[in-house]
Write a protein that binds this ligand. Structure first.
Ligand code: ADP
Length: 556
């Protein structure tokens, strides 16, 4: 199929020609007609060969056409070439009046210079005046001798012809002004687009630089998993993929394992697949690749949506946290080993003190009192070591079964009664009975004991500790509320971290190791539940536990 050149393309090509060719091309249509006329004259109208005016017209045309090529237009002002159409008017006048009355229609040739003048867009007023005056002057010589006895036809020719040429000139002028305005608007739009494009390229460059500067792997995929963008880190991972593939190009071939490092993750649990399905997640820890190159990777994903809210892909971030995970494991192992090593000598100390105290008759009272202090502190130390061992143990096993939570609350209140009385704290329970949950009674009892004991411990001026509970079809909610010293909200957000102690507790010199709540949280999480804390200084604290109701079976 032939491709039609666009008007803009034609205009560009015309501009690329030299000024001489441009001027000659404008003159060419008229010159062609005049040439044909000149060639036909000896055969068609031989009498015209004796008309000096007619011959002068032909000669002037020939001279003008040559002038188009010979004049150094590039050195003259831009409007200088308009001398050609102006002289064309004169040449047409000579031709027409030389050929009249044989060829009166030759006057119509003025339309060429008139169009040229109007379309040039230069010397606007002069062009308009010339387009009317030129044709008028051409008509004058043939009508002037008839003055004052002009016929109606003469008057019509004298007036109408210049007017028609004026109209042609104005119409072309308006059309070319319109085109010029459109051209300018197009140019402005083009400029704006170029600027926008440049700005967007700059932004893209900035984005790529930022993405490449991060030490996390970032990948964007479309809705079927095809890669749209990947930063340097991601590409490096893809390139250095082991045979097992850290992140092979074909994501379905990825060797991805669960947190135990050995169970392969089913395809629908893989980060990329979850992201493509439209899930949004963070801190999703998986192991990628096979040992010894296996890496712990914390992944996060956000879906990509179009304006209509349709899923178009996803961005997934891979953060290599192998070092951190290994450091945490080493830390836990150290704590577990140290606490294990502490346990035997402590048990030995306690056993021997028990034996000594059993046989304390006859011993000085002061010695017995001092041994009592040693015994109490050794017991505290042993409790602390037990907490440490439990916290460090990755195998804090839970064995959930159908459990009545109201019974656990009752037992917990019973064990805390003596402590509460000593601290002048009232214990109130508001728990429906029975309240069934899917829980390990031993572990949840331990969590409750810890929370109730904390509530009493951190109410040094007495007060009330209320334990309330409610159940839905899926969840059981337990709330332990006290009216004690409370803590700052920023501390409340950190109480579940190991060894954390709120400023209020440290200021009040209430003893503790900051481990109980970390253990409590682990217990809840192992049940598939959760725990939160809400507190204000001097206004007491509220701990809320959520446990799966009976019938729920989380996969451990
Ligand atoms: P410990 O009580 O041995 O310090 P926990 O892990 O049980 O350790 O508690 C961590 C910290 O949380 C405590 O040191 C204390 O600052 C704060 N805390 C816990 N329970 C309460 C409570 N009921 N009221 C005020 N502060 C509390």
């Amino acid at each position: 199929m032939a491709v039609r050149p666009s008007p803009r393309g034609v205009a560009l090509k015309f501009k690329n020609l030299g000024p001489r060719t441009q001027v000659a091309l404008c003159q060419l249509p008229l010159s062609l007609i005049v040439t044909v006329l000149g060639v036909m004259t000896p055969f068609g109208w031989p009498s015209l060969l004796s008309s000096p005016l007619y011959l002068a017209g032909l000669a002037l045309h020939a001279a003008l056409f040559l002038a188009c090529f010979l004049t150094p237009w590039e050195r003259l002002r831009q409007s200088a070439y308009l001398i050609i159409p102006v002289l064309d008017l004169l040449a047409v006048g000579l031709l027409r009046n030389g050929a009249a009355p044989l060829l009166p229609g030759l006057a119509i040739l003025v339309v060429f210079p008139v169009i040229w003048l109007a379309a040039s867009g230069m010397l606007v007023r002069t062009s308009v005046v010339l387009s009317a005056v030129g044709p008028l002057l051409i008509m004058v010589p043939s009508t002037a001798p008839k003055l004052p006895n002009l016929t109606a036809a003469d008057v019509t020719v004298l007036v109408l012809f210049p007017l028609v040429m004026l109209a042609v000139s104005l119409a072309i002028r308006f059309a070319s002004v319109n085109m010029r305005v459109q051209h300018r608007e197009l140019q402005a739009m083009g400029q704006e687009l170029r600027e926008l494009l440049a700005a967007s390229r700059e932004r893209e460059k900035l984005l790529v630089t930022i993405l490449d500067a991060t030490d996390v792997g970032i990948i964007a995929v479309d809705s079927i998993g095809n890669q749209l963008l990947a930063n340097n880190m991601m590409r490096r991972w893809q390139q250095t993929a082991t045979p097992a593939g850290v992140v092979p190009a074909d994501h379905s071939q990825q060797r991805v394992f669960a947190q135990d490092k050995v169970t392969p993750l089913p395809p629908d649990k893989r980060p990329l697949r979850r992201a493509i399905e439209g899930e949004s997640f963070a801190d999703y820890l998986v192991w990628i690749g096979d040992a010894p190159q296996q890496r712990a990777v914390s992944t996060a994903a956000r879906p990509l949506m179009d304006d209509a809210g349709r899923l178009t892909g996803a961005v997934v971030v891979y953060n290599d946290v192998t070092g951190l995970v290994e450091a945490m494991a080493a830390n836990e192992e150290l704590v577990a080993n140290v606490s294990h090593e502490f346990r035997s000598p402590l048990n030995s100390i306690l056993g021997n003190i028990d034996l000594v105290l059993e046989d304390s008759d006859g011993m000085p009272a002061l010695t017995v009192r001092r041994l009592g202090v040693v015994q109490r502190n050794s017991e505290r130390l042993l409790a602390l070591v037990s907490d440490l061992t439990l916290e460090a143990s990755a195998a804090l096993n839970v064995h959930p079964k159908r459990t009545d939570i109201s019974g656990l609350v009752e037992t917990s209140i019973g064990s805390a009664q003596a402590q509460a009385e000593r601290a002048d704290v009232a214990l109130v329970a508001d728990v429906p009975s029975p309240l069934w949950a899917y829980a390990d009674p031993l572990r949840i009892g331990q969590a409750l004991d810890n929370l109730v004991s904390n509530a009493i411990k951190y109410s040094p001026d007495g007060g009330t500790v209320t334990i309330s509970a409610a159940g839905t079809e899926d969840w059981v909610k337990l709330v332990i509320q006290d009216t004690g010293m409370g803590m700052a909200p920023e501390d409340a957000a950190k109480v579940f971290s190991r060894f954390f102690r709120a400023e209020s507790a440290r200021d009040a010199a209430i003893p503790g190791a900051g481990l109980g709540l970390a253990i409590t949280k682990t217990i809840l999480e192992r049940h598939g539940g959760k725990i939160s804390c809400d507190s204000k200084p001097g206004m007491g604290s509220t701990f809320t536990l959520t446990l799966p109701a009976e019938g729920y079976s989380p996969s451990f």
